[in-house]
Ligand binder design. Structure first.
Ligand SMILES: Cc1cc2nc3c(=O)[nH]c(=O)nc-3n(C[C@H](O)[C@H](O)[C@H](O)COP(=O)(O)O)c2cc1C
Length: 152
């Protein structure tokens, strides 16, 4: 149906500073308690996650990914934008840039949309983009994620 129901606001400068402040607030109000529960005893992860929300990785740019409503329903609408986000992450990597898919700040959607002047669209993710100072290690993959049917 070729909806192309994505919309991106590419943020820098003073607006980025505002988004950083909002990301901090989102962490303290909505994210912190889950992170501290999920990563109990793993102080390094807790500290680094907090740090990332506070700084947005010191990225010079963030892309705010939005979805527009279509007749297909929210499940499709979200997946369309998720696919677009993943393509952005891959292309950024290919061009030597680093990025991070963040849904945590979406807790503050209303305030973010007000500041960015976006109406009638739903915020889906923040994507800080910048040049990495190092390549983070790749976490171990969990196994048993594919079932092969009809292969015998
Ligand atoms: C839907 C989604 C939301 C995410 N939200 C956040 C976030 O709010 N903050 C953050 O630091 N990372 C966030 N991430 C990034 C993950 O923490 C992780 O860095 C990324 O998925 C790659 O690592 P993995 O292969 O271990 O998942 C998110 C990732 C996805 C797919």
């Amino acid at each position: 149906m070729n909806f192309q129901n994505w919309y991106f606001v590419v943020v820098s400068g003073e607006y980025l500073e505002k988004m950083r402040a909002i990301s901090r607030e989102a962490y303290e109000k909505y994210v912190k308690s889950d992170v501290e529960k999920i990563f109990k005893g793993k102080e390094k992860i807790i500290k680094e996650t907090r740090q990332f929300f506070y700084t947005l990785g010191n990225a010079p740019v963030i892309i705010c990914a939005y979805r527009e409503k279509t007749v297909e329903g929210e499940l499709t609408d979200i997946q369309t934008v998720a696919a677009a986000i993943y393509n952005i992450l891959l292309i950024a990597y290919e061009r030597g840039l680093a990025s991070c898919w963040m849904t945590g700040p979406v807790w503050m959607e209303e305030e973010i949309n007000r500041i960015l002047g976006v109406k009638g669209k739903r915020l889906q993710a923040f994507i800080p983009v910048g040049y990495p100072i190092y390549n983070p290690p790749i976490p171990k993959r969990k196994g048993d994620k594919v079932k092969w049917s009809g292969w015998d």
